[in-house]
Design a protein around this ligand. Structure first.
Ligand code: GUN
Ligand code: ZN
Length: 449
């Protein structure tokens, strides 16, 4: 009988702080012949292989050498009902929403469709190495149930919420202040804190919510201060102008959300590109988190996220795909495009900082770093196994790589789903275990699968 305890062998990389430079070795732990001991979904021990195996001779050994083990990736902004409109041509934000996105999301009134798409959605996330998603569901309560049910089956730590939207959207895609409030309450009672799930109160953005609905969103936040809050902010210039027409009392776009009491360190603000100085100060004061969505911002021609400018004010930025305006499920490809957006502004996204961002950095932005985002003992065993030579182009480039940072940069620029050799969710292998697995009872090395 194979043991329940898994010993994962490979090169281990985990972060303990945000790297300050390309050679900031104090920011991370890197173990060349390392091992993680995993039991009941949790990491019990981390160390060199010889240290860990001495403590756990009964464990099932899974040999991932020469691959690299990191914490599972965290995607902090993604739209689950947009999986079938990714790569829809030609429009900027408001036209894209009206032409493709809103008609597509009306299909999620059908719970069978929502469940089928939730299954495909999480398959895609896992295949790309993402073990935690922060998702917008559609306006329909059933779409949020489908999202949480599928995540529960897979034992994934997820955040999500049904969108609140009661205007400027087609029939079949609007709630009312009362129904949106009631449905959100019901979903919070059902899912928030159940297993690994968290609820996010989700007013879609100012344009699709009346002031009456924003007030109910504010009431939900007051009544459930431990829920997350997510919305969109200053993604596109026409969006900003229209928002200010709809909310003439607001000092600026962020003030719409601020005046209804939505801002705190539990709030995630997708895009946050075209910000006024007052908005930046308010983000810094409240601890609300801007979310950089590189592939989406390029795809919709939205603009360039000012990572360094916000960070200089002490703001904690998250990073995300924003599927379906985003064009890749891969957080590695998200880093690739993020690198280029920052290059255009003479800012640097060096490889240690990049890998920190999609793991511990995003966990810190969510306040969940005691649970996910690292390979620290006591945290949940969400782990990805990365093959730096997964494609011919990567293998050829890797022949000349001489440092960990260089290898990480190859992964950051060239990696995608082909790079993800295995994924563990709460300690369970998701991709069929290509690695060599054996037990070491009494020192014998017997192949068991
Ligand atoms: N703003 C409001 N809704 C959306 C959406 O679905 N995607 C993006 N990129 N921006 C939005
Ligand atoms: Zn979005």
């Amino acid at each position: 009988m194979p043991s329940d305890r898994l010993l994962l062998r490979g090169r281990i990389l985990t972060f303990q702080s945000e790297p300050q430079s390309v050679d900031d070795t104090s920011s991370h732990v890197y173990i060349k012949d390392g091992a993680l001991l995993v039991e009941n979904g949790v990491i019990l021990a981390r160390g060199t292989y010889s240290e860990v195996v001495a403590e756990a001779r009964d464990a099932q050994i899974v040999d991932h050498r020469p691959h690299l083990l990191t914490a599972g990736f965290i995607d902090t902004h993604i739209h689950f009902p947009q999986v079938q409109i990714i790569a829809s041509w030609g429009a900027q934000l408001l036209d894209w929403l009206n032409t493709y996105t809103f008609p597509e999301e009306t299909r999620f009134a059908d719970e069978g469709h929502a469940s089928a798409m939730a299954c495909r959605f999480f398959d895609l996330l896992i295949n790309h190495g993402t073990t935690t998603s922060v998702a917008y569901c559609s306006v329909h309560k059933g779409s949020a149930n489908a999202y949480f049910e599928e995540a529960e089956q897979r034992n994934m730590r997820v955040i999500g919420g049904k969108v609140l939207m009661d205007r400027n959207a087609p029939d079949g895609l609007r709630d009312t202040p009362q129904s949106g409030y009631d449905d959100s309450k019901e979903l919070i009672a059902k899912w928030h804190g159940k297993g690994r799930a968290h609820y996010a109160i989700t007013p879609r953005f100012a344009i699709t919510s009346t002031p009456e609905q924003m007030a109910t969103a504010g009431a939900l936040v007051t009544e459930h201060p431990d829920c997350f809050v997510q919305t969109h902010l200053s993604e596109n210039r026409n969006e900003i102008a229209y928002t200010l027409e709809l909310y003439p009392e607001a000092r600026d776009y962020l003030d719409v959300y601020q005046s209804y009491g939505l801002l705190s360190d539990k709030m995630l603000l997708g895009h946050s590109i075209h910000l006024e100085p007052r908005e930046i100060d308010a983000l810094a004061e409240t601890g609300a988190r801007p979310v950089f969505c590189p592939t989406s911002n390029l795809f919709l021609g939205s603009g360039l996220f000012d990572d360094a400018g916000l960070k200089a004010k002490g703001i904690v930025n998250a990073i995300a795909t924003d599927i379906g305006a985003g064009t890749s499920y891969s957080m590695l490809q998200t880093l690739n495009e993020g690198y280029k957006i920052l290059q255009l502004q003479d800012q640097k996204l060096h490889p240690l900082q990049a890998f920190h961002w999609i793991t511990r950095g995003n966990a810190v932005a969510l306040g969940l770093e005691d649970k996910i985002g690292t390979l620290d003992p006591g945290t949940e065993a969400d782990i990805v196994v990365l093959n730096s030579r997964a494609t011919d182009a990567m293998a050829l480039r890797m022949e000349r790589a001489t440092s960990l940072s260089e290898e990480l940069f190859v992964l950051q620029m060239l990696g995608d789903d082909r790079t993800i050799d295995e994924v563990y969710v709460a300690g369970r292998a998701q991709k069929g275990g290509k690695a060599l697995s054996y037990s070491m009872q009494e020192g014998a090395r017997a192949l068991v699968s």
